[in-house]
Structures are given as C-alpha cells and as structure tokens.
Design a binder for this molecule. Sequence first.
Ligand SMILES: Nc1ncnc2c1ncn2[C@@H]1O[C@H](COP(=O)(O)OP(=O)(O)OP(=O)(O)O)[C@@H](O)[C@H]1O
Ligand SMILES: [Mg+2]
Length: 230
Amino acid sequence: MSEAQISFSDLKRILCYPLYEEEEFKKRINTLNSYGIKLLNFGKSKINNINILGKGHAAVVLKGLINDREVAVKLRRIDSKRDTMLKEAYNLKIANSIRIAPKLFYANDEMLIMEYIEGNTIRELIEEGAIDIIRVASRYILEKCFMLDLIGLDHGELSRMDKHIIIKDRVEIIDFDSASFRSVSNLTSAIQYLIKNKIYSIEGFELLREYKACICKECFKNILSALKVI
Ligand SMILES: Nc1ncnc2c1ncn2[C@@H]1O[C@H](COP(=O)(O)OP(=O)(O)OP(=O)(O)O)[C@@H](O)[C@H]1O
Ligand SMILES: [Mg+2]
C-alpha cells in the first residue's frame, strides 16, 4: 500500500469531512503544522480516492508521521453529534495510565494525535478464519478488560468490538469515545463477543455472575480456566 504524503488539495476534502469549512480547515492545518505532522495516503478505508485508516460516525482517522514516528490522527467529523474530542482524550489518558489504549500525544476539541497501532481488527481476523491468532490474543484482551473493570472505566462498545481491537505483535483496545465511569461490563462484554463468534464456549455462566458481583482476581482467574484461555 502506498505511503505517499497527501497533497494539499486532497487535504481540503479529508481534514474537514464531509463538509469543507475554510476557518476550520485553517485551524486544523495550523495544529498539524505546529506538530510537524505529515499525513499519509494509507489505510483500508477511503475518502474519494484517498486511503485513510478509518471512517466512523464521529471521526475520520489518518496515519501520519512526526519525523519518523508513526502516529494516528483522529479528526472530529464536521457533521458529528459530538462537539469535542476532549472527552475521548480524558478517557484515553486514564486508560493510558494503566498502559491500555494508544498513547495520547495531543488533544484539542477537533483532533487527537495518538500512537499508531499496526495490525488487523479482530473482525478481519475472524473473517480470515485466524482463530488461533485470536485465541492467543484473547488472553491479552481479557486481561486489559479486567484492568479497566478494576479502575471502573467502562469502554462501552466491547460487546461489538469488531473494530475496537487491533491485533498484531501487540493487542490493543482502541476508540474510547463512548467510555465513561459507570457500572463496568468490559470483561463480560468481551466474553459475550468471543462466545458469539465461536472463539470460546462457556458452560459456567454462573462464573460471570460471580465476577459481576465481585470484580476480583480470583473470579477473573476462575473465568480464564473455565474458558481454557491459553
Ligand atoms: N491509534 C490507531 N492506530 C491505528 N488505527 C487506528 C487508530 N485509531 C483508529 N484507527 C482505525 O480507524 C478506525 C476508526 O477509528 P475509531 O473507531 O476510533 O473511529 P470512530 O469515528 O469513533 O468510529 P465509530 O463511529 O465506528 O465508533 C478503527 O477501526 C481503526 O481501523
Ligand atoms: Mg467511536
């Protein structure tokens, strides 16, 4: 896949997606320039003929370079219902404090600049039938979910984690825009997803109930052994 820098004229379509706004474009370009970020034509999603890392309901995500360091730039969509990226930034910082999620480098209302995580989404691996890879990755996913449960930060979208787990040399949870401090269900949601996609089967649903009542290491370990997590 080509990693050419995106031209200035193409940036107009990408930085202010889906509606070009002159003032906003200037602000975003200035922020990117002040960090010396080059944006790359790279990724599996597309806006017109330009490749990007992802296009969601709230944002578009592009790969960038600061000198040689790879970064991901998540830009608020102009038509997003969200009026700021700072809530996601706050959640990311908390997750980062327990070494979870892409490391956040910079945030303002309009964009996040964070660590680029290389790899495939869990959905892509399921579609490829790479069940063994997912089984190995699951241990890391479940451990991270347990850690988030312990600090009380609920990701909010892990029962539909198709695009929210990236797997390669590292296994990472991304997209904390729906996260918040509330009753947590990270581990139980992740397990539901893995069972639904036939990565695991679990007999003892009782164990999940016990875990909900007492989020502790012992209950977590009991679940890992019931699932036969390697
Ligand atoms: N730090 C990152 N490193 C690499 N790729 C990333 C990173 N962050 C996001 N992506 C890619 O961009 C896609 C969209 O990102 P994200 O889910 O954060 O956007 P979103 O607008 O919140 O999407 P949605 O509306 O689906 O929640 C991801 O599925 C992933 O492929
Ligand atoms: Mg999102």
